[in-house]
Design a protein around this ligand. Structure first.
Ligand code: KIV
Length: 271
């Protein structure tokens, strides 16, 4: 990891210290250079190159279609922009489930070809061997429990997970296992806030919540959702900080109007 002289890069060690002193961790997704530069410059601690790129960048209904090559393309653009943030990249569906060797090879490609700083992988004890093998190669791993969108066809819906005690208990055990294996953080997606609180308090590594309430050690949102670029997606957990869809739509309509009315370009805007 090359460290810029003026800007201190966030490391997995710094994230642990932040949890220890009770400082909340901010994480946002980005998939391209220009957006990542804005997200990084604003001071976001972790940039996640999420497989949500499959939805927001490519327009797929689920995260399943995105390929490892496509994730590497998105990640390399983000890494070029991120001066301070730790960049974590999702291992996409189909790039790690086969066996732990496949998982390691995919993680190595992400680190080597994109220059990422860590990878994220969905699942608990069932992917323990893959997590261990990736960690053995010196690659930091972030876990992801609760609603794991790559398993959407198993769940059948995107509703809140782990409301039943049996599923909650499995999640507690999975979280402890991922910590024991050496994960540096765990995303908790769409689970009851009380469960996320219990899990966060039981771990020494940070939890990063999305739809998991205020007691997680950090929060993550998909950048297109929080900026209001994505008009249709408005789940209860989402706080929308801007209305970029309307701003961009208005600007584009003004441009079209100016072109049609021949007011753009004017005398000063030509050579
Ligand atoms: O792919 C993604 O954006 C994610 C976050 C929602 C945590 O996994």
């Amino acid at each position: 990891m090359s460290v810029n002289k003026e800007v201190k890069r966030i490391t997995t060690h710094i994230l642990q210290e932040m949890k220890a002193r009770g400082e909340k961790i901010s994480m946002l997704t980005a998939y391209d250079y220009s957006m990542a530069a804005i997200v990084d410059e604003a001071g976001t601690d972790i940039i996640l190159v999420g497989d949500s790129a499959s939805n927001v960048m490519a327009g797929h209904e689920t995260t399943l279609p995105i390929t490892l090559d496509q994730m590497i393309y998105h990640a390399s653009s983000v890494v070029r922009a991120a001066k301070r943030a730790l960049v974590t990249v999702d291992l996409p569906f189909g790039s790690y489930q086969g066996n732990s060797k496949e998982a390691l090879n995919s993680a190595i490609r992400i680190m080597k070809e994109a220059g990422a700083h860590s990878v994220k992988i969905e699942g608990g004890v069932e992917i323990g061997e893959s997590v261990s093998r990736i960690l053995t190669a010196g690659i930091p791993v972030m876990g992801h429990l609760g609603l794991t969108p790559q398993s959407i066809y198993k769940f059948g819906t995107y509703t809140v997970r782990a409301k039943q005690e049996s599923e909650a208990q499995k999640l507690r055990e999975d979280a402890l296992k991922l910590q024991e294996l050496g994960c540096f953080a765990i995303v908790l997606e769409k689970i009851p806030a009380a469960l996320a609180k219990q899990v966060s308090e039981s771990l020494s590594i940070p939890t990063i919540g999305i739809g998991a309430g205020r007691y997680c050690d950090g929060q993550v949102l998909v950048i297109h959702d929080m900026l209001g670029i994505n008009k249709e997606f408005k789940p209860r957990f989402l706080r929308q900080y801007a209305d970029l869809y309307d701003i961009m739509n208005g600007a584009i309509k003004n441009y079209i109007g100016d072109v049609k009315s021949k007011s753009f370009p004017n005398e000063k805007e030509q050579y």
